[in-house]
Design a protein around this ligand. Structure first.
Ligand code: ADP
Length: 759
């Protein structure tokens, strides 16, 4: 049979049958409920304790069990509150919540028919409960005799569980499940577990008490209590809610911080302490504290300032690269005199694979600093570097703070890769942000948006890398010490392969037996299997070779012939062969280093027009126009040669974009070759800008271009006379094998190549 009763929602209030409690009511609705209960419900109300965190839980979320309670007495207090003494009577099942009036909830409830239990089973549980309880009573000094006798004399398990739960010192959250569990057997089993846990607490407490002397000052007492709590928790595997807060305070005390920062962080921890477990902000505040308190504020690695050792370690890891190695040694020498000098901000510029990243790593390890690489290629958003404000959803610190955290030291070497590929757009200008990060006058107070407190970056050594100097934002460039790393020639590659790459591969594979490979074979491999300025691909090819040789268990002696067996599909020969008129081997300097490529020219009857195809920059297209005008004006070609003809120029190797005007000479040579029907020598190539008047003008990247030409097997190179001084940078070994022709006017080339050949 169901009946109606008024509901009083009391969050976090636990009342059990047989239990008496006192509560104070402030709000008018509760007072009204008490009045109505007195008049119409024989002074009885239903106490319902909502779980969850909402202030106004919805009806569906309310518990389905409540405790009917008798209002034993009430007293109006001077502050207007109403004090009640309630006595729990019984649990009832709530069939439905109804509304008694606009602001009062009622419920239709039913008494609970307790499930019939096996008599034997009941006895066993009861005995276990009583035994466990006796053990607890023995250990606990605070149990009164009346409680002991009440329990001893009663045999009703339903009553016993409620009575015991009432006096057991459990937290309200732990007691709550007992209020809403009607099945007394289940309650009894849970209670046994909880009592056992309490016994463990008691025993442990006793142990600690015995161990610690009681002559404690106030401070010691606090410390002792904290330790005691920690020990209890660790034994029981329990994490107290305030454990985190305590750990945060401990951590803060360990740190040496600016006063302002310390105060602010203390404030944040206090805020956390005051927050209720359910607060949605709690997790984000905790993750903020996890970031900020565990930054390496005071941790530095001890720098190795021994210049000799550093140099020897750099030489061990990298061939050449003397400019950068010497710069590091200079820095050390000065630092040995004055420890406070800021680290240089070095920017390594060069094609891929020339060792920019790995030498920086070696610098870090030889100086005994941590290393971290941040890539800023394609980055257009400053917040990636300096974090986003904590108020944003999912806010995080930027890459710099992330780097420091990962390194866990405040003086790592941070490599900022691809600074020539940052993008400036509406989201911000990462280059100017980077400037603030690098500038030693400002970065002492570097403030990440998320962290909010200044972190001193002045001990960090920043090394930047780029492929092309002209693409580095101009705001940055004059703050940097640019060190250019140029392409390797084949001799250098040979040396690197023998002394660095192969040994490091053997090391990787743990090989004791080495390949037997002659210089000629290695040189053949370099020339025909790798086409690059650096040696990254070379290392990859060598690794493949070693893997295949080892796994095929065949001879470790490698010949040019066996190379093709192992590396068949990796061949990357540069084909410089020319068999038709209208084709020329040209040179270009790209961000990836120097390259050789072919310029092809076709001329056929049709619309009088010029078509230019291939991957080109605009300047190169203009070079074609200039070249043609020069040829026409100087009658090097006749009007009939081009009248009603389409001239199509194609620049091969579409994958690499060629910029700049330095192809002018090659372009007109290709046109002339076609018109004059002269096949240009495959082993000859050209570089130089052409003016309308036929002057050959100075160009950039001579060293890179000559090395590329040499690596491709070219023998003769025409270069502008004005570039003659650049030849000093090229190793004599290479120059001796080339014929370099320095020219200032195109007519000189014309005379040599066409005049003699024209029938
Ligand atoms: P980058 O950063 O310039 O693209 P990496 O530093 O990644 O080039 O180098 C690519 C590979 O070439 C690495 O395995 C590196 O060890 C090797 N390497 C490059 N230059 C040298 C050198 N001078 N001496 C020894 N190994 C080198």
């Amino acid at each position: 049979m169901d009946y109606t009763i008024l509901v009083m929602l009391m969050k976090d209030l636990v009342i059990l049958p047989y239990q008496e409690i006192k509560i104070e009511l402030k709000d008018e609705i509760s007072k009204k409920i008490v009045k109505i209960a007195n008049k119409k419900f024989a002074n009885r109300i239903l106490i319902v304790s909502p779980s969850g965190n909402e202030l106004e839980p919805s009806i569906e979320d309310l518990p389905k069990i409540g405790v009917v309670s008798l209002i034993k007495s009430k007293l109006e207090l001077s502050n207007g509150n109403l004090r009640l003494t309630l006595k729990g009577e019984k649990r009832v099942k709530i069939c439905e919540y109804t509304s008694y009036s606009d602001d009062i909830i009622s419920a239709s409830v039913m008494d609970i028919n307790l499930p019939k239990l096996e008599e034997n089973g009941k006895e066993v549980v009861k005995k276990k409960l009583k035994d466990t309880l006796n053990e607890y009573i023995d250990a606990s000094p605070n149990i009164t005799n009346s409680i002991v006798s009440m329990i001893k004399d009663n045999e009703d398990l339903d009553f016993l569980t409620d009575a015991i739960t009432t006096f057991l010192p459990l937290k309200p959250q732990k007691k709550m499940p007992y209020m809403v569990e009607a099945n007394y057997e289940k309650r009894a089993i849970n209670l046994i577990k909880d009592i056992k846990l309490e016994i463990k607490y008691l025993k442990l407490e006793e142990k600690i008490e015995n161990r610690v002397e009681m002559r404690l000052s106030k401070e010691q007492e606090e410390y002792y209590l904290k330790e005691k709590l920690k020990e209890i928790e660790s034994v029981l595997g329990i994490k107290d809610e305030n454990e985190n807060v305590r750990v945060y305070y401990d951590r803060l005390n360990e740190l040496t911080l600016e006063k302002k920062t310390k105060e602010k962080l203390e404030g944040e921890i206090k805020k956390l302490e005051r927050m209720s477990t359910s607060s949605p902000e709690k997790a984000s505040l905790q993750s903020y504290l996890d970031w900020v308190l565990y930054l390496p504020w005071n941790i530095s690695s001890k720098e190795n300032l021994n210049a000799k050792k550093v140099m020897s370690s750099l030489n061990k890891s990298h061939y050449g690269l003397t400019k950068i190695k010497n710069r590091v040694i200079d820095y050390l020498n000065v630092k040995n005199l004055n420890n406070d000098i800021p680290s240089p901000i070095i920017c390594l510029v060069g094609p891929p694979g020339v060792g920019k990243t790995t030498i920086t790593k070696s610098i870090a390890s030889s100086l005994n600093r941590e290393f971290y690489k941040i890539s800023v290629g394609g980055l257009n958003d400053s917040t990636e570097l300096i974090g986003s404000r904590r108020t944003y959803l999912g806010a995080l610190p930027g890459k710099i703070i992330e780097a420091l955290k990962k390194c866990n030291t405040n003086n790592p070497v941070i490599l900022i890769d691809e600074v020539d590929k940052m993008v400036k757009d509406f989201k911000g200008d990462p280059a100017s942000t980077l400037l603030d990060i690098l500038d030693s006058t400002q970065n002492k107070y570097f403030t990440d948006y998320y962290i909010e407190e200044p972190f001193d970056l002045s001990k960090v050594m920043f090394v930047l890398t780029a492929n092309e100097i002209s693409n580095i934002p101009y705001t940055l460039i004059d703050r940097l010490e640019v060190i250019e790393l140029s392409s390797y020639n084949v001799y250098e590659k040979l040396d690197i392969a023998k002394k660095y790459l192969l040994p490091s591969i053997y090391n990787e594979f743990n090989l004791t037996k080495k390949l037997v490979i002659k210089d000629d074979t290695l040189m053949y491999l370099i020339n025909n299997y790798t086409r690059e300025s650096g040696v990254r691909n070379l290392k990859r090819v060598l690794r493949t070779l070693v893997t295949k040789v080892v796994s095929s268990k065949s001879s470790y002696t490698i010949t040019t012939k066996s190379l093709s067996k192992y590396l068949e599909d990796l061949k990357e020969e540069v084909n410089i062969n020319i068999t038709y008129p209208g084709v020329v081997n040209a040179l270009a300097y790209t961000p990836l280093g120097g390259i050789t490529f072919k310029v092809e020219c076709s001329i056929y009857e049709g619309k009088e027009e010029i078509i230019v195809t291939g991957s080109l920059g605009d300047v190169l297209k203009e070079s074609v126009m200039v070249g043609l005008s020069y040829l026409k004006e100087n009658n090097l070609i006749s009007k009939d040669d081009v009248k009603d003809k389409t001239i199509h120029l194609h620049f091969l190797d579409a994958s690499t974009k060629k910029e700049g005007p330095s192809c002018g000479v090659s372009i007109i040579t290709a046109i002339l070759s076609k018109i004059k029907n002269v096949i240009i020598d495959s082993k000859t190539t050209f570089t130089g800008e052409i003016s309308l008047k036929g002057d050959i003008l100075k160009v950039g990247g001579i060293k890179e271009k000559i090395i590329a030409a040499y690596n491709a097997g070219i023998k003769t190179i025409y270069i502008p006379l004005d570039n003659a001084s650049d030849l000093k940078e090229i190793p004599k070994k290479i120059l001796d094998k080339l014929e370099i022709k320095k020219v200032s006017k195109y007519s000189d080339i014309y005379k040599e190549i066409f005049k003699n050949n024209i029938a």
